[in-house]
Design a protein. Structure first.
Length: 424
């Protein structure tokens, strides 16, 4: 404990000695930073490589780190906790992007350094409370939130589906069928399927131990009548020939005639590619539609989380100046200037409140769709691993025809519920 306290204090001192970089990306060099010659590894999703390269180089130039080099690698935000085999290896990332539900796993691996108090205080002033909470376990903050739209909504191509038809999933499917295209919904992935299975009231609750170091228990209700009702709708969508399900890599394509799709469930990360394929005048983003099962109608539920940058303390070893550099870089990458640039590039919903209030953000249809869906979204914070693993058997069984009756659905849901509750 004394060693950790000493290192934390040295990091705080180093942060004062290194270039003073505020959250907005404006910086003032206070010493000769050319003496540092580290190679800093930064991880981001592959589609963000060019953007993050430019931002990191801007940080380097603005602060006089002329001899610091960057190595850019690509780990998916939702998989980085398992893709990095050894967080202490020289090839491990110093700074990396990750999804908010991975916070506990990364802390347990020793891969997240606590955010220094000065950066935490500044972010608390500049960001939404939801964003701040996404980077915390208990009272300790471990990450720098940069995106508040890690969720999904409905895209339609108005050549195939009108805005009026987009309110109900049944009308979307009928409109697509009439035009010879399909409705795309990647229910083969738990990110989409497990949220859909909560549509009629089934849920899960994660309880943490007192020091937030581990999950103490998980309670779930997917095996109830509410869960069965949602599973019936799940089964109907999978079995409908006018609905394209499966994994996101196979389903998440622009709603065009060439792709055989008229509407698609996806996130804002798809916006730029979809706009290019469909055209801004025809691509419309809306909250998720309703679905009716057994004469009861509910809005399809989704997950909604955050994306954050973490600082890996293991790769710095005892080099507190390097660790302080990593924290300063992460803080720069969530500053107002970079968040605005990110929004301009990817239509990413910002966590910075000043950027979020800009008219170009509030008028953006993708941000609006996320906000409209928020009341029917599950907060993607600490998610048990069983939640991501368990729906595969249900989906595969329905697809293969081995799970077809209500009784078979109920049996599969019982197994799914047990898998969720027994995972940590």
């Amino acid at each position: 404990m004394k060693k950790v306290t000493k290192i934390s204090s040295l990091v705080a001192l180093s942060l004062l000695m290194l270039a003073g970089c505020n959250g907005g990306g404006d910086s003032t060099t206070k010493q000769d930073n050319s003496k540092y010659n580290w190679t800093i590894t930064v991880s981001s999703p592959v589609e963000q490589t060019a953007f993050i390269t430019e931002q990191c180089n801007n940080f380097k130039e603005e602060n006089g780190y002329t001899n610091v080099k960057f190595n850019f690698v690509n780990y998916p935000e939702g998989e980085v906790d398992t893709k990095v085999a050894d967080w202490s290896a020289t090839s491990a990332p110093d700074v990396y992007a990750f999804a908010s539900d991975k916070t506990l796993s990364l802390v347990q691996k020793g891969a997240l350094a606590r955010v220094p108090s000065n950066f935490q205080s500044q972010m608390t002033k500049d960001m939404t409370s939801g964003a701040i909470d996404a980077g915390k376990l208990g009272d300790n903050m471990y990450a720098y939130p940069y995106a508040g739209d890690n969720g999904y909504f409905l895209y339609i191509n108005t050549d195939f589906v009108s805005v009026d038809q987009a309110a109900k999933v049944e009308d979307i499917i009928a409109a697509c069928e009439e035009k010879g295209v399909k409705f795309g919904y990647p229910l083969g992935e738990a990110f989409y399927s497990m949220a859909m299975l909560t549509t009629f009231g089934a849920s899960y609750t994660v309880k943490m131990n007192d020091d937030y170091s581990n999950v103490s228990s998980i309670e779930a209700s997917y095996d109830t009548e509410d869960g069965l009702q949602a599973a019936k709708g799940f089964r109907d969508l999978i079995n409908n020939p006018n609905v394209m399900t499966g994994n996101a890599n196979d389903v998440l394509k622009a709603p065009t005639q060439a792709n055989g799709l008229g509407a698609i469930v996806g996130g804002s990360w798809n916006a730029a590619d979809f706009e290019e394929a469909v055209g801004k005048d025809k691509l419309v983003a809306l909250k998720m539609p309703t679905i009716t099962v057994d004469n009861e109608t509910k809005t399809l539920r989704s997950f909604l989380g955050y994306k954050l940058y973490g600082v890996n303390p293991q790769v710095s070893k005892e080099d507190t100046a390097r660790l302080a550099f990593d924290h300063s870089l992460a803080n720069y990458l969530v500053g107002a200037k970079v968040q605005e640039n990110r929004f301009d590039t990817f239509s990413t919903a910002p966590t910075n409140t000043t950027v979020a209030k800009m008219s170009k953000v509030t008028n953006n249809q993708y941000v609006k769709a996320i906000n409209d869906q928020a009341n029917d979204a599950i907060a993607q914070t600490i998610v048990p691993q069983g939640l991501w693993d368990s729906p595969k058997a249900l989906y595969d069984g329905i697809k293969a025809g081995t799970i077809s009756t209500d009784q078979q659905l109920q049996e599969a849901l019982t197994a799914l519920n047990t898998a969720v509750e027994t995972s940590k």
